[in-house]
Ligand binder design. Structure first.
Ligand SMILES: Cc1cc2nc3c(=O)[nH]c(=O)nc-3n(C[C@H](O)[C@H](O)[C@H](O)COP(=O)(O)OP(=O)(O)OC[C@H]3O[C@@H](n4cnc5c(N)ncnc54)[C@H](O)[C@@H]3O)c2cc1C
Ligand SMILES: NC(=O)c1ccc[n+]([C@@H]2O[C@H](COP(=O)([O-])OP(=O)(O)OC[C@H]3O[C@@H](n4cnc5c(N)ncnc54)[C@H](OP(=O)(O)O)[C@@H]3O)[C@@H](O)[C@H]2O)c1
Length: 270
């Protein structure tokens, strides 16, 4: 039986290995909270992109390979959007990136996860820190909330880290919001500058920038666990390090039962 229940409507290649997918589920509307993730799946028989490494052993052709992906679309948008990077040795991403527009795939009927703004009081600042495709849940949060919050009292900040400037997906969209909304701050940074990269902006890892004074000076506020909720998403080593560094500033990790007062929220991608 064909397990597929969605169609790839648009594939936007940002650079080799970095893609934004727009997917239409067969049975809309698809309900989710900004920040949540769902699961995408493809059968083992689907082809792998040429740039990937050969698989050993070969995947079972009739078995669905499933992985979690954060939703990047706003919660009222018609299509589901995903921001995906190729892991050349991986099982699913080499198949996902080989898909052409119009291809079919499987999307879990349910979005899940607690990496949302639900536990953040309306008067608390929101600081969203990402490496790589860990930006995806923040794109969803911003798209869902910004119309209501643009120019409002609550401060928003997005701190985005990537290896090179061409890996800074959604930069134009976030720059535009920064210009339009006085309460929205956006700070991108790269870690591997090179002569071929025309980047003239900030260089450094996001967790350092967050606590070494660079972010706070430009944001115009000192990070304070009683005033700010900090979200950390992407590379698990960055998340670990930032949790430790923020811990030294009095922050603790939020947990819905064990620590509902916590103001660090984390999503580790692997
Ligand atoms: C809650 C959640 C949300 C996620 N959302 C996204 C998302 O929005 N976009 C996205 O690209 N990935 C996301 N991931 C990662 C995703 O689930 C897969 O692990 C990833 O796409 C690799 O799948 P694969 O089958 O190709 O590789 P696998 O065969 O599963 O190999 C996994 C290995 O690849 C590396 N890896 C996995 N993900 C990444 C990554 N994003 N960047 C760098 N290295 C990685 C790690 O070393 C990991 O051990 C998310 C993971 C979780 C748990
Ligand atoms: N990005 C792409 O366009 C691309 C294209 C094709 C394939 N790939 C492959 O996809 C995978 C993911 O690449 P990615 O660049 O998206 O993710 P990544 O390796 O997690 O790097 C993203 C950002 O996280 C930073 N980082 C890494 N470890 C950190 C730590 N311990 N603390 C703080 N920051 C840390 C990186 O800085 P550093 O530079 O200092 O490590 C970089 O700025 C890799 O296997 C890559 O080879 C990527």
């Amino acid at each position: 039986m064909d397990p597929y229940n969605a169609t790839l409507e648009r594939k936007e290649i940002l650079n080799q290995g970095l893609v934004v997918f727009r997917i239409a589920p067969d049975e809309p509307p698809y309900r989710f909270e900004p920040g949540q993730y769902t699961v995408l799946g493809l059968l083992g028989r689907e082809g792998r992109i040429l740039e990937s490494e050969p698989e050993d052993p070969a995947a079972e052709p009739d078995k669905l390979i499933k992985r979690a992906y954060s939703l990047a679309s706003g919660s009222t948008e018609k299509h589901l959007e995903f921001y995906v990077v190729l892991v050349t040795s991986g099982a699913l991403t080499p198949r996902l990136l080989a898909l052409e527009e119009g291809a079919r795939l499987w999307v879990s009927p349910k979005a899940v996860g607690m990496f949302t703004l639900d536990s953040v009081p309306e008067d608390q600042g929101v600081v969203l820190v990402a490496t790589g495709t860990g930006l995806a849940p923040y794109v969803s949060m911003v798209r869902t909330r910004i119309e209501k919050e643009c120019g409002g009292k609550r401060r928003w900040a997005v701190l985005q880290g990537a290896r090179r400037s061409w890996d800074l997906g959604y930069r134009n969209e976030l720059e535009t919001i920064r210009k339009r909304c006085s309460n929205f701050f956006y700070l991108p940074s790269i870690t591997r500058p090179s002569p071929e990269d025309p980047w003239g902006g900030l260089v450094g890892r996001v967790n350092h920038i967050l606590v070494d004074g660079t972010f706070e000076e430009r944001f115009g506020e000192t990070l304070d666990p009683s005033r700010h909720h900090v979200f950390l998403c992407g590379n698990p080593a960055m998340v670990e390090e930032a949790v430790r560094q923020l811990g030294e500033r009095g922050f603790s990790e939020w947990h819905h039962r064990k620590n509902p007062q916590g103001t660090i929220h984390v999503e580790r991608y692997w």
